[in-house]
Design a protein around this ligand. Structure first.
Ligand code: NZQ
Ligand code: ZN
Length: 386
């Protein structure tokens, strides 16, 4: 196993009715800015629950954070935080609201010339406003990690950032808040969490049975619970709860400790969102089968393990086990109506060329952290998915 530091200070309040405990999590004299998205929280009652829990507190609000949150929008909130001396940000929404709020928290105290450098130059975050979260979409793990992804509309860039100062102080996860999700967002959530685990598990063996079995447990839970939640006519609390906790556990640092992570599927996927506006999870479901196929030999050991332990494939030689596991993975995404080909989304060879040109211009030695996906590999992977 590799050496590691593991640090995760996020307090999780999980379960029905937990939003009512908000007032015990935030200092009484705090100047709070509640951040949210396009209004789903006003339709499903979450906003009312939050406001009623915070009765008597000093609260302002900032709505309108888009899916794939935009730098341009978030900078308006940064102004409010600075002008009104906000000292607590409460994000209420999905990953986009949480990520956007992390950026607001970091940018408000940023002393450099251009806040976009937090992303473009990975400028260090030395100080940040405290954050809390009420999660309404199970997918990204943002509620229990210190990273985020922000889009700059002006340049069609989508970049990641992070700092230990950006862990939420607490996150409230009430599975009942998920009942109002449209079906395709449930499918997105299951797919995103699934690929998060894969990017920390299907890499290279380092003799890590604890991390591997955690990963396999999360993947199997998503395979079992995801379609149940997706197909249910009436919501079943435990199915939603299991899906929600699986998504959080998929990206809170635990399964990444001591193993090789990758993130090439995410890096390539982010470009598809940046140029074409595809939902984050959809981009991952497109890229992942191509990436696994292309890295079949290099990642042979973990791919075979994935086939045997997650998909229970025991017949055939290693090569056919891997082929079947890749096919089953894609079928799983398709079974919850995620379309996994670039052509399904009207993305063509010239669009692939534009993405590859961008990677070439950036001159990164490798895409992702495992070091086995270079720009040329990304081209093969994407062309395979046309
Ligand atoms: O904006 P509102 O009106 O709230 O509607 C949202 C939005 O339209 C809606 N929604 C959320 N909760 C709902 C609901 N609708 C009904 N009922 C509810 N309970 O869902 C739509 C999508 O929301 P969004 O927050 O964009 O989805 P998600 O949670 O999938 O977040 C995606 C973003 O997270 C980033 C992605 O790149 C993308 O920008 N990621 C963040 C990561 C992290 N911080 O660690 C890791 C991920 O890999 C990912 O990159
Ligand atoms: Zn993701």
């Amino acid at each position: 196993m590799n050496n590691f530091d593991f640090y995760n200070p996020v307090k999780i309040l999980f379960g029905k009715g937990k939003i009512s405990e908000l007032n015990k999590q935030i200092p009484e004299n705090a100047k709070i800015l509640i951040t949210y998205g396009g209004g789903s929280i006003k339709k499903n009652g979450v906003y009312d629950q939050v406001m009623s829990a915070l009765r008597g507190f000093n609260v302002k609000e900032f709505g309108g954070i888009e899916p794939n949150p935009r730098y341009e929008t978030l900078m308006k909130a940064v102004e409010i935080v600075r002008n009104d001396n906000i000292d607590f940000l409460l994000a209420v929404g999905g990953g986009s609201v949480l990520d956007g709020t992390k950026f607001i928290a970091a940018a408000a105290h940023y002393t450099g010339d251009d806040e976009w450098d937090i992303l473009a130059k990975r400028a260090r975050v030395d100080k940040a406003v405290s954050i809390g979260a009420v999660l309404t979409l199970a997918a990204t793990g943002s509620e229990m990690n210190s990273g985020g992804v922000i889009t700059k509309a002006a340049t069609q860039e989508k970049l990641a950032f992070g700092s230990p100062l950006l862990f939420p102080k607490f996150s409230i996860l009430d599975p009942e808040t998920l009942y109002s999700l449209p079906k395709h967002q449930i499918a997105n959530g299951v797919t995103d969490a699934f690929v998060h685990v894969i990017e920390q598990y299907v890499t290279y063996p380092v003799d890590s049975p604890v991390q591997d079995r955690f990963s396999e447990g999360i993947l199997k839970t998503l395979i079992e619970e995801g379609p149940k939640v997706y197909n249910s006519e009436t919501p079943d609390y435990n199915e939603y709860a299991n899906m929600m906790w699986a998504a959080t556990m998929a990206l809170n640092g635990l399964i990444a400790a001591g193993v090789q992570s990758d993130w090439a599927t995410h890096m390539i996927g982010h470009e598809l969102t940046a140029f074409h506006g595809l939902d984050h999870a959809v981009t991952l479901a497109i890229v992942l089968p191509g990436l696994m196929k292309h890295l079949k030999e290099k990642r042979n050991v973990k791919l075979v393990q994935f086939a045997e332990r997650v998909w229970d494939i025991t017949d055939g030689d290693d090569n056919s086990k891997i082929d079947m596991a890749i096919a089953k993975t894609e079928e799983f995404f398709n079974s919850i109506d995620i379309k996994t080909r670039l052509g399904d989304h009207n993305i063509k060879q010239e669009d692939v060329d534009r993405i590859i040109q961008r990677f070439t211009d950036r001159r990164v030695p490798a895409i992702g952290m495992a070091g086995d996906v270079k720009t040329d590999d990304a081209k093969v992977i994407l062309e395979d998915r046309l």
